[in-house]
Each structure stands twice: as C-alpha cells, then as structure tokens.
Design a protein around this ligand. Structure first.
Ligand SMILES: NC(=O)c1ccc[n+]([C@@H]2O[C@H](COP(=O)([O-])OP(=O)(O)OC[C@H]3O[C@@H](n4cnc5c(N)ncnc54)[C@H](OP(=O)(O)O)[C@@H]3O)[C@@H](O)[C@H]2O)c1
Length: 287
C-alpha cells in the first residue's frame, strides 16, 4: 500500500515543498549518475548536488569527471568520481564492489550513459557493430550495474533506478532502429524488474527524454538549434528522483504511441514520409 501511494503522495509533498521552500528528499541520499562527464548527466549531477545529495559520478574520461566534481565541490556539494567503461562488464562488477565498500548502498541509480546512432538501414547492412555497440552501452551496461546494486537496495527496503531512455521508444522514429531497440530493451527490463521489487520499496522510472542539445546530437544537422537545454532535462530528472513515477513521457511521444495503437499503418505512412524528407547526416553517411 505504501508503494502504491508513494508517487501521488510525493507529488503532493513536492508541491508543498516548492511553496514552503522545504528541503528536497534527496538531501543526504547517495545518487549514482552514469554518463556524468557531459550533457544531461553533467547537468543532473549539478542539480542533484544542489539538493544536498552525495553524487557519485561515473563515465570513462577521468579528467572530465574531475572537472564536474570540482564545480560541485566549489559550490559546497558532496561528490565522488568513479571512472569506468560501462561496456566492460568486469569493470562494472569492480565498480559495484568499490561503491558498496565506500558508501554501503546507493539510494538512487541514474542509468544515463548512452550512445545514439541515427543511420538508415540502407547504410547499415554491413554495420552489425552499430547494433552491438548500442546494446552494449544502452542495455547490457545498465542492466549489469542495476543487478549489482539491486540486492542491497532490496535488503534495505529502499531504492530507485532511473533509466534515461528516449521518446523514440514511443515514436519509433526511422533511422534509429539500433538505438531505440536498445533503449526499448532497457525500458522493458525496468517495467518487469519493478514488478518484482515492488514489495521491497525499490522502484524503477523510465524517462523518455525528447531532444536535448548535447554533444550527442551535435553531428545531426537536422537538430541544430532545436530541443531543450541539459539544465531543463536535469530538472525533469530531479523531479522524477523526488517522486519516483513509473514513466515520464512527452505529449508528442504519447500522441505518437496512441496513433500507433489505433492506426498503425497510417502511422507507418506518416513516418515513412517524414523519413524521406529528413536525410541521413553527413556523419552517418561517412560512417
Ligand atoms: N541528447 C538527446 O537529445 C537525448 C534524447 C533522448 C535520450 N538521450 C539519452 O540521454 C543520455 C545522455 O546523453 P547526452 O545527450 O547527455 O549525451 P553526451 O553529452 O554525449 O553524454 C553521454 C555520456 O555517456 C558517457 N558514456 C558514453 N559511453 C560510455 C561508456 N562506454 N562508459 C561510460 N560512460 C559512457 C559519456 O562519458 P565518457 O565519454 O566520459 O565516457 C557521457 O558522459 C543518453 O543515454 C542518451 O541516449 C539523449
């Protein structure tokens, strides 16, 4: 019953908190954010540290993690860095052991590190590695990390896993077959895992993020000047960390999902026409 009511109650207390200026429930919690060296993950690290959480930053580039950590420390926040390649499953196991030894447990895990590929199938016939590398970082990495941290969360009776997925999960946008399939796999993993961990007060949230201006989308000319800022995306993620909903959707994503349910062939036609009018980027053609 507590779990059933927790998101509506968190929404009400969130409104009260914003009106009264009371502290965030993230204060004093331990929040591990992957992909914290850039873009959405970096902005989320700042926003979460500002709420008084101890932020654990994970990504491959140690110098970039050190830069983000220095900014947090200068602002009076609490931060630790853990350089790790999340496509290396043994390295993830070592990361889990190190983090649990140092902090006992992680309250919130944000699986944000990822890689997007926008490339037509006609340019992908001899590029099976596109499908392998998106699965490696967008699915196997986060699942391995989640499985490492889950037992402690369940034993303690509190935990939260936030997956940064994409509105493409609902839209099913052409040219993104490799990327969206890997994000959809993580989305589905979380929905099922959340049903098993429900009684332990360990919840999962899938945030189906729309376009955000980060280094990831920079090679796609069609996206120039469009989308949200990383700081705006970070505020959505903080709200989800505070309220622990099942999913966070966009209106456009949900509209596309409904159209796909009620008129799937019409939906295919419209997306086919859109696909033809939006060519592959120069980067996708170069390979
Ligand atoms: N930007 C968008 O429009 C958009 C839309 C929907 C969803 N998303 C999702 O949002 C998340 C963040 O993306 P972003 O837009 O902020 O892109 P970004 O600025 O390129 O950040 C990607 C992050 O992932 C880390 N990363 C990549 N490969 C890694 C690996 N093998 N091991 C560890 N860390 C790795 C990178 O750090 P290192 O290079 O230091 O390892 C970096 O911190 C991704 O999951 C993306 O799919 C983005």
């Amino acid at each position: 019953m507590r779990t059933l009511l927790q998101t509506p109650l968190a929404r009400v207390t969130g409104v009260v908190r914003r009106v009264t200026g009371a502290p965030s429930p993230l204060q004093g919690r331990t929040v591990l954010i992957t992909g914290a060296s850039s873009g959405i993950g970096e902005a989320t690290a700042y926003a979460v540290a500002e709420r008084g959480a101890h932020v654990l930053l994970v990504a491959r580039r140690p110098e970039e993690l050190a830069r983000v950590a220095a900014t947090i420390t200068e602002a009076g926040g609490k931060v630790s860095t853990y350089p790790c390649d999340l496509t290396d499953l043994d390295a993830i196991d070592d990361l889990v052991a190190e983090v649990l030894a140092a902090h006992g447990a992680v309250d919130h895990l944000v699986n944000n590190a990822g890689r997007s590929i926008r490339r037509s199938l006609r340019l992908s016939y001899d590029r099976f590695h596109d499908f392998e590398r998106t699965m490696a970082i967008n699915y196997f990495g986060p699942v391995r990390l989640t499985m490492g941290l889950l037992p402690t969360m369940r034993e303690r009776g509190f935990g939260h896993v936030v997956n940064i997925v994409t509105w493409g999960n609902q839209i099913k946008a052409p040219k993104f077959a490799a990327y969206i399939a890997s994000k959809q796999a993580l989305d589905t993993f979380a929905r099922i895992a959340g049903r098993e961990t429900y009684g332990d007060n360990v919840l999962f949230t899938n945030i189906r993020v729309s376009l955000v201006q980060t280094p990831m989308v920079a090679p796609t000319e069609a996206y120039a000047g469009r989308g949200h800022t990383p700081a705006r995306a970070a505020e959505t993620i903080v709200k989800a960390l505070e309220e622990r909903p099942i999913t966070v959707n966009t209106l456009a994503g949900s509209a596309a999902e409904v159209l796909n349910l009620v008129a799937p062939r019409l939906s295919d036609l419209l997306f086919h026409l859109a696909d033809r009018s939006l060519p592959d980027s120069s980067a996708a053609k170069r390979g």
